[in-house]
Ligand binder design. Structure first.
Ligand code: ATP
Ligand code: MG
Length: 459
């Protein structure tokens, strides 16, 4: 197609390009937005490329933000929307595999498109007359749903180590396949990939987790050797057979779980790792004639912590992922008392409940045993109802919910501040979890006095 209907381009972007045209410059929309427009999807952001030099851009758009002026990029703000306008750039050497050694500006759009990563991202559109510039067969690959490097894949991946991750992400995000030659180039460029910072890996993984089926990207990363560099712990589950409850190996189950898991990217990262403790805990039971994975959730929580540190997740994200791995396993049944449900909520933390519901549902579905999943899903529904009932009743679930606090114990019972005080409050909570009617000031003070005296007597 040589022409496209440019009316899908937002009017502000067309005005921006028209302004450049008035000044005798070329201007095109380019990259992901053109790709998404042709796919009939909503573009995340609109990027413009032009032959105007960066300093000319600042003259034509005096209020533009010189975001990356050294690389030829300025940001033009219109109606609170940010548009990146970049001078046509050529490809130059990347001796560090991360940044071009120098930035060269070129005169024509074809040269600019040549430096872009994949054919589907290397299409430009003139938003005034609808003219399409597509020298690398981007439209053909869009129709065939293929991610293919522009030019020689090995060379392109060797210039910039991030591209192999972007290839994996686009396979998932667009639900495309990877051109075989492009795929073959990934293992050959692993040394360049090793120089990519873990922050960027984390960012790409987070974006990947927004795809319908992130497993598509993780399979590309596994096959290409990317996971060997980033997270070898996940590979220990590849080919590791489980037991009669599972159709897939440990790896396949993790993949199915990520895909089945609703929720935000961090929750899906937790789904990716929920069984990371299985390889270390697998044992064969003669009794059941099958494999067991006792305590894999506890061991997994230990393993996932340094992984999250390595991947530069924030402390808060790491704590959330670790908690979800640690508490992902639960088997609710009708014989759970209210006290048992309160204890469960206390252990996992009120803030984690919704995450755990989503993760548990995904975990059940990812076993690939439909006949077995119905009772498990019914148990999950019953747990939700029971938890709701317990929460509505408003019983104490943490020491903060008790009718007395540390200050009361210090002033009334002369307990010294320190670990003993915390232990005393925990002991009171235990009592109240079993019997919420005990959560009264006088009762708790009497109980605390008793416990404190016993402790003093025994030490
Ligand atoms: P999305 O915004 O949906 O994640 P995108 O393709 O728009 O995808 P951006 O990161 O916004 O990705 O980049 C815009 C365009 O810049 C790309 O479409 C591509 O043409 C080019 N590009 C971005 N990163 C690279 C890279 N590492 N190597 C080569 N070209 C790149
Ligand atoms: Mg984009």
């Amino acid at each position: 197609m040589d022409k496209l209907d440019p009316s899908a381009v937002p009017p502000d972007v067309r005005d921006l390009c028209a302004r450049l045209r008035e000044k005798g410059k070329k201007a095109y929309v380019v990259g992901g937005c053109v790709r998404d427009m042709i796919r009939g999807a909503t573009a995340a952001d609109w990027d413009v490329t032009t032959d105007a030099q960066p300093e000319e851009l600042m003259t034509i758009f005096p209020r533009a933000i010189p975001t990356g002026i050294a690389h030829g990029t300025v940001t033009v703000v219109k109606n609170k929307q940010h548009y990146e306008v970049t001078t046509f750039r050529g490809e130059s050497a990347y001796s560090d595999g991360r940044h071009p050694d120098s930035v060269t500006f070129v005169n024509d759009i074809e040269h600019d498109l040549a430096r872009r990563d994949f054919t589907v991202n290397a299409i430009a559109l003139d938003p005034i007359d609808g003219h399409v510039i597509d020298p690398y067969g981007g439209q053909r690959d869009l129709a065939a749903k293929v991610i293919r490097a522009v030019g020689v894949a090995k060379e392109r991946f060797d210039e910039d180590g991030l591209r192999v991750l972007r290839a994996a992400r686009f396979v998932a995000q667009l639900e495309f396949s990877l051109d075989p030659e492009t795929a073959r180039a990934i293992p050959a460029c692993i040394d360049t990939f090793k120089r990519v910072s873990m922050e960027r890996v984390r960012d790409e993984w987070t974006k990947t987790m927004k795809a319908k089926s992130p497993s598509r990207a993780f399979e590309v990363m596994r096959e290409g050797g990317i996971l060997t560099v980033v997270c070898p712990e996940l590979l220990l589950g590849v080919g590791m057979e489980q037991n009669k409850y599972h159709s897939f190996d440990v790896w396949g189950h993790a993949m199915a779980c990520v895909d089945a898991c609703g929720g935000d990217p961090i929750l899906r990262i937790a789904a990716l790792f929920h069984d990371v403790g299985k390889p270390a805990t697998r044992a064969f039971s003669d009794k059941t004639n099958d494999y067991t994975f006792y305590e894999h959730e506890r061991v997994g929580a230990e393993i996932v912590f340094p992984i999250c540190t390595r991947l530069r997740f924030s402390n808060e994200e790491r704590a959330r992922i670790q908690d979800l791995v640690r508490y992902h396993l639960f088997h609710y049944s009708d014989d759970w008392t209210d006290a048992a449900v309160r204890r469960w909520v206390k252990r996992v933390g009120k803030d984690r409940i919704e995450d755990l519901y989503l993760l548990n549902e995904a975990d059940v579905r990812a076993k690939g045993k439909d006949a077995l999943s119905a009772p498990d899903l019914a148990a999950l529904s019953a747990l939700k109802v029971h938890v709701e009932k317990v929460l509505v009743a408003g019983a104490a679930l943490s020491t903060r919910d008790l009718c007395i606090n540390g200050r009361d114990l210090i002033s009334e019972l002369h307990v010294k501040p320190g670990p003993a005080l915390g232990e005393l409050l925990d002991a009171l909570l235990e009592v109240v979890l079993s019997d919420p009617t005990q959560n009264e000031r006088a009762t708790l003070l009497a109980l605390a006095a008793d416990l404190h005296a016993k402790k003093a007597g025994s030490s």
